[in-house]
Design a binder for this molecule. Structure first.
Ligand code: F6P
Length: 547
């Protein structure tokens, strides 16, 4: 029997890792660093412009070789090759997984069902570029002849989080005369606040939805159409000048009333959470322009090539994924904090939440067997230094183990006095404090009163990675996103789950559809939910009936 077909916890490397963990668990980061003056050098790596220091993880000399063995026993190489070969590795939806084709340079051949998809990708990119130039130069005008100044992306999940994250991340490179808003929530406040101060004559809506059936997006798009027509005198012909769509579903786009000429397509082999560099990135291209957008795609592609070709021992996504498996499955960590020390990356943790948790938040294997190990940890975070004055207390002195990914850059995009050195001093200090802490003896040596000593002790031994790059450019953003995409892929391969479906969001959607008429009907219908849901519906109706 090949090791790949053995369930994860029965693979030899898994068993060896469990034994290894028992053997080394008493050795803290203080010991590990004291024993090996070369540790930082040995456990760091530079590739495609990203420097990763992973020496502050709780790993000893035998740990990485065993984790790498686990990757091999899990068939990671075969899975990477299958993805790049366009095989239908999204088994439950019978789809290929080929977001890497979105950033493949012209000339690369990547096939789905025997057809090279790269020319199609470049055709859409060319269409996006022509449109972006018209908007950016002001030659695309609205219904009344005014130039477009406001762009509102309407979408949710992968059709929102990527665009909003990328817009914030790359704002420094954006055309400041264009004003970008993002509407996702079906809560009407999101739409109302987004358009409150906008002139409909100068506003373009990008309706972004892979399926063009998502309730939230369709509801917001309808409200946008009403708002626009109200503001422009009601002529339905105005829609063509103020609405474009990004979707895989041409029929539904047309049914909505958007001119198919103004639709930018993508394909079912692009998952929603892997789509920020497809036409879903239209708002990003409008903001930063085609040249910088191409630079971002080139960054993605560099990381794809690194992931595809570099041996696992020096492969950034593979190493980071294996460390997360170690922390999750052997050290018992339940979350990962992603802490960018770069304010422009403020939405990066939110973006990663969907990428990681919608992908690997699974409890059955590809074969449908319930797992007997943990899968995706919870990813969360905030930009530094804000987090330091909020939740870092728990990371330093709480009872849980929270591995951290620190992300920092050598150059500020907007240098201002001493700010950047202060920022970087903080990120280095946090990783140092988490790893090495402060012992009771050290606290006492500072003359602290005995009663306060336990409160002032930092246990340390908290693991972290630090990623350092020169500066946040479109290319670096592409590399960073692709890094985490491939971390997720590698984790999925080890945990034997399908990172590309999301059935877990279906039940709630279906139940909501059932409840809508129960809230909207004039007379209370016979409710057949559980007593709690029935009670909430009745209470809502009663409260709503009162002025
Ligand atoms: O939340 C489920 C989901 O299907 C996500 O995977 C997706 O990104 C989001 O809804 C939006 O879907 P669509 O782009 O089809 O509107």
């Amino acid at each position: 029997m090949s090791t790949r077909t053995l369930s994860l916890t029965r693979r030899p490397a898994w068993k060896a890792l469990a034994a290894h963990h028992k053997k080394i668990q008493g050795r803290t980061l203080r010991h590990l660093f004291a024993d090996d003056p070369q540790r930082a050098k040995r456990l760091s790596l530079e590739a495609v412009g990203l420097f990763l220091d992973y020496s502050k993880n709780r790993i000893a000399s035998g740990t990485m070789p065993l984790l790498l063995k686990l990757a091999r026993e899990s068939g990671l190489r075969g899975r990477i090759d299958a993805m790049f070969a366009g095989e239908k590795i999204n088994l439950t939806e019978n789809r290929a997984v080929l977001h890497v084709a979105l950033r493949a340079p012209r000339g690369v051949v990547l096939r789905v069902d025997g057809k090279n998809v790269v020319p199609d990708v470049h055709a859409v990119l060319a269409k996006m570029e022509a449109f972006a130039q018209r908007i950016r130069r002001g030659t695309w005008t609205g219904h009344t002849g005014k130039r477009i100044r406001h762009i509102v992306n309407i979408g949710i999940g992968g059709s929102d989080l990527g665009p909003v994250m990328a817009y914030e991340a790359l704002k420094h490179y954006s055309q400041r005369g264009l004003n970008f808003r993002f509407v996702s929530n079906v809560d009407g406040a999101d739409f109302v606040e987004a358009v409150r101060d906008l002139d409909p004559a100068e506003t373009l809506f990008i309706v972004s939805s892979k399926t063009f059936t998502t309730q939230e997006t369709m509801t917001n798009a309808q409200s946008a159409r009403r708002w626009l027509l109200r503001g422009l005198g009601g002529n339905p012909r105005a829609v063509a000048k103020h609405f474009v769509a990004v979707s895989t579903n041409a029929a539904k786009v047309e049914a909505f009333g958007i001119d198919p000429a103004n639709m930018f397509g993508f394909w079912d082999w692009v998952g929603g959470r892997y789509s920020m560099d497809s036409a879903i990135g239209l708002s990003t291209m409008l903001a930063i322009g085609p040249k910088q957008y191409r630079a971002m795609l080139a960054g993605f592609h560099e990381m794809d090539e690194h992931f595809r070709t570099v041996p696992f021992e020096r492969n950034l996504p593979v190493l980071m994924a294996l460390l997360s498996v170690w922390n999750t499955n052997f050290l018992g960590a339940e979350t990962v904090a992603v802490l960018p020390y770069e304010n422009y990356l403020k939405r990066f943790p939110a973006y990663l939440q969907q990428l990681t948790m919608e992908s690997n938040g699974k409890h059955v294997t590809l074969e449908g067997r319930t797992v007997d190990y943990q899968t995706s940890p919870v990813y969360w975070g905030e930009p530094g230094t804000n987090g330091q004055h909020s939740f870092y207390q728990l990371i330093h002195q709480g009872t849980r183990l929270i591995p951290c990914d620190f992300i920092a850059f050598a150059h500020a995009l907007t240098p201002l006095g001493a700010h950047h050195d202060l920022l970087l001093a903080n990120v280095f200090a946090q990783a140092e404090a988490l790893a090495f802490g402060k012992t009771a003896a050290e606290v006492r040596a500072e003359g602290v009163a005995e009663s306060l000593v336990p409160h002032r002790v930092f246990e340390g031994n908290r693991p972290s990675n630090t990623l350092l790059a020169a500066r946040l450019t479109p290319a670096v953003l592409g590399r960073l996103v692709a890094l985490y995409e491939h971390i997720v892929f590698t984790q999925g391969a080890i945990w034997s789950v399908n990172p590309f479906d999301q059935w877990g969001v279906e039940l709630g959607k279906a139940l909501a559809q059932r409840i809508v008429p129960e809230l909207e009907s004039r007379k209370l219908p016979r409710l057949q939910h559980d007593s709690s849901t029935n009670q909430l519906i009745r209470r809502y109706r009663a409260l709503r009936a009162r002025p």
